[in-house]
Design a protein around this ligand. Structure first.
Ligand SMILES: [Zn+2]
Length: 193
């Protein structure tokens, strides 16, 4: 656990901004979604520790190991969830969607404008769209998801001109740890099937 509990000890310490690959001028790609990658100057550990423990819980339950946490403006967790797709027989029961719903319910509002979504894997297009609807302020995610991601892959939702709300997005936090957990889960799944 991060001793300071602070995600952004110095917000002026701007990490490098790298546009998504392939987003060059003159082609059909959507405009860059301004994703911050692997920010070395930040210490985003408090929420990710909780998200990782939720992901491990999901794996113990036979779910794809993804965990999510919603932090308030003071980086205090107000909701957390793990994948419940199999348990609930609900293909939309992704960790981040469940966490956003729980946070909104706890707050008694549909808008989470001062909140950060911390999730172990790049959100899929469905969850990225839900983050827009919930007006999430910031998304911090762990592993990249070239196949199922919707933020830096696929539709790159926040880079679309029609996207009405663009959460600040930081990707690749504890990427090795997060992607290793997923790889091990799928390796074990193949081994047992
Ligand atoms: Zn999702």
């Amino acid at each position: 656990m991060c001793s300071s509990g602070t995600i952004f000890p110095n917000h002026n310490e701007t990490p490098m901004h790298v546009p998504p690959s392939g987003a060059s001028q003159g082609n059909a790609m959507p405009p860059p979604s301004d994703i911050v990658r692997n920010p070395g100057g930040l210490r985003p550990c408090a929420g990710m520790d909780l998200a990782l423990s939720e992901a491990r819980e999901a794996a113990r339950n036979g779910e794809v190991p993804v965990g999510a946490v919603i932090l308030d403006a003071d980086n205090r967790p107000i909701a957390r969830a793990s994948n419940r797709v199999e348990a609930d027989h609900d293909a939309s029961a992704h960790a981040e969607l469940l966490a956003m719903r729980a946070a909104a319910r706890a707050r008694g509002t549909t808008r989470l404008e001062d909140c950060t979504l911390v999730v172990t894997l790049e959100p899929c297009p469905m969850c990225a769209a839900a983050a827009v609807h919930f007006r999430i302020r910031r998304i911090i995610f762990g592993a990249w998801d070239p196949k199922g991601g919707g933020v830096d892959h696929g539709p790159r939702l926040f880079g679309q001109p029609a996207c009405l709300h663009r959460p600040e997005t930081i990707g690749g936090i504890r990427e090795r740890e997060n992607s290793l957990m997923l790889k091990e889960f799928f390796r074990a799944l193949r081994h047992h099937s």
